[in-house]
Design a protein around this ligand. Structure first.
Ligand SMILES: [Zn+2]
Length: 412
């Protein structure tokens, strides 16, 4: 039976969201947490964007060292030969790519203004796929942007052309969140049957249905005989109303009525990372988790009214579909209420050694401590907020990698 895999796109769709962003160290930590959680693939950035190059190369190095394994790191580019060439020039070790192009008449006419036809789109996409293979890509997904407003016959033709050129997956992008669960089911089933490639569901929340359309699309792909790959972001952060939330999507697949009987997650996703990754994303993006967020919101396990409180005390299953322990919640959180020494871009060695000592990190000598402190200062220049414990530990453990990912060299 085909399965459902998660491709998280926080480090691509999440960071391209208006008014929001992550530092290169935060993006790296996101990959680390996604890997710990057992997520299949992280769309970790933009290989044609120069300020991403060092971060992307440093993360690929982490993967080669086995520190970011088994997660796949995949870059997002446009489905044109020029982007493929730039991507491999800037990031030669790139192994996994998604190539994206608009497929709806609305976007072909509206964006390219008569300069491109449907046929041109397919020709350029297949040339880009060929070029990516020639440069050594190991897996390629092809993205149909605005698939939900694309004529299904043309979409099948587009997918078949991608398949003929060896693409591994077709991404069905509900770019505007236009689909409902019924329409996306039909479209994904048709594509799975007629294109015979695994289908990715990339859904947005403009109509409040991103998670629902994602699992309905996945069901369509599986009923059509193919694996499904749902695109998520942590806390649903993404363009406009956002993407399918990672935690809510996993909950919907595993806990909703009867779904898990026939449609299962592939690999081994560890839901107990949910709390940690959601809190990190909230802190890193500077966006609070809504109080009513599924699973990780403040109120997700709060009960006040008499009937509910009485019921949940007698048996939690009276009013809870799943337990907070499953999501990694329930532990004590320490908040300093007295004196606090922080590490920042202007920190000195004494305060820094005190902080690291509290985490039982000791340095071989003062030179090593100074070297790590220097990296912490630079990381703070980018983040403009105190680093969390995991970030400090990561810098102490992988100083050479951190030096690379913090290196920005504009106009060189
Ligand atoms: Zn998107």
């Amino acid at each position: 039976m085909p399965k459902i895999y998660i491709i998280d796109v926080t480090n691509r769709d999440g960071v391209q969201t208006a008014k929001l962003g992550l530092s290169k160290l935060e993006k790296t930590m996101m990959n680390v947490y996604l890997n710990e959680m057992g997520v299949f693939q992280s769309e970790f950035g933009f290989p044609t964007t120069r300020h991403e190059s060092n971060y992307l190369k440093a993360n690929l190095e982490l993967a080669e060292m086995g520190a970011l394994k088994p997660i796949r790191l995949e870059g997002w580019i446009r489905a044109i030969v020029a982007d493929v060439e730039t991507a491999f020039r800037l990031v030669p070790n790139m192994k996994h790519l998604n190539l994206s192009v608009s497929t709806s008449d609305q976007m072909i006419n509206g964006k390219f203004q008569g300069r491109k036809t449907r046929d041109d789109i397919i020709k350029e996409m297949t040339k880009a796929v060929d070029a990516a293979w020639a440069h050594g890509a190991e897996s390629i997904g092809v993205n149909a942007e605005d698939a939900s407003r694309t004529d299904i016959g043309y979409l099948v033709e587009f997918g078949q052309a991608a398949k003929e050129h060896g693409a591994n997956r077709l991404r069905y992008c509900d770019t505007l969140g236009y689909d409902n669960p019924f329409t996306i089911y039909e479209a994904n089933r048709t594509l799975a049957e007629k294109v015979a490639l695994p289908i990715e569901q990339h859904c947005h929340g403009d109509l409040g249905m991103a998670v629902a359309t994602s699992i309905a699309g996945a069901k369509g792909a599986i009923d059509g005989g193919q694996d499904a790959y749902i695109n998520t972001t942590v806390n649903g952060i993404g363009e406009r109303a956002g993407n399918a939330d990672l935690v809510a999507t996993i909950l919907a697949i595993t806990k909703s009525k009867g779904f898990n009987d026939n449609y299962k997650l592939g690999g081994s996703v560890d839901l107990s990372m949910a709390w940690k990754i959601a809190k990190f994303a909230s802190y890193a993006f500077g966006v609070p988790i809504p109080i009513n967020q599924p699973g990780v919101g403040d109120n997700a396990f709060a009960h006040e009214s008499g009937i509910h409180a009485d019921g949940v005390l007698k048996d939690p299953e009276n009013y809870e579909l799943y337990s907070y322990e499953e999501l990694g919640r329930g532990g004590a959180e320490l908040v300093e209420t007295g004196r606090e020494i922080c590490a920042g871009e202007y920190s000195g060695i004494s305060g820094f050694s005190h902080i690291m000592g509290q985490m039982s990190v000791s340095f071989a000598d003062r030179e090593e401590a100074n070297r790590v402190l220097e990296l912490v200062r630079y990381a703070n220049v980018e983040a403009q907020k105190p680093l969390n414990e995991d970030e400090l530990l990561f810098i102490a453990k992988y100083p050479d990698i951190v030096k690379k990912l913090l290196t920005l060299a504009p106009l060189t």
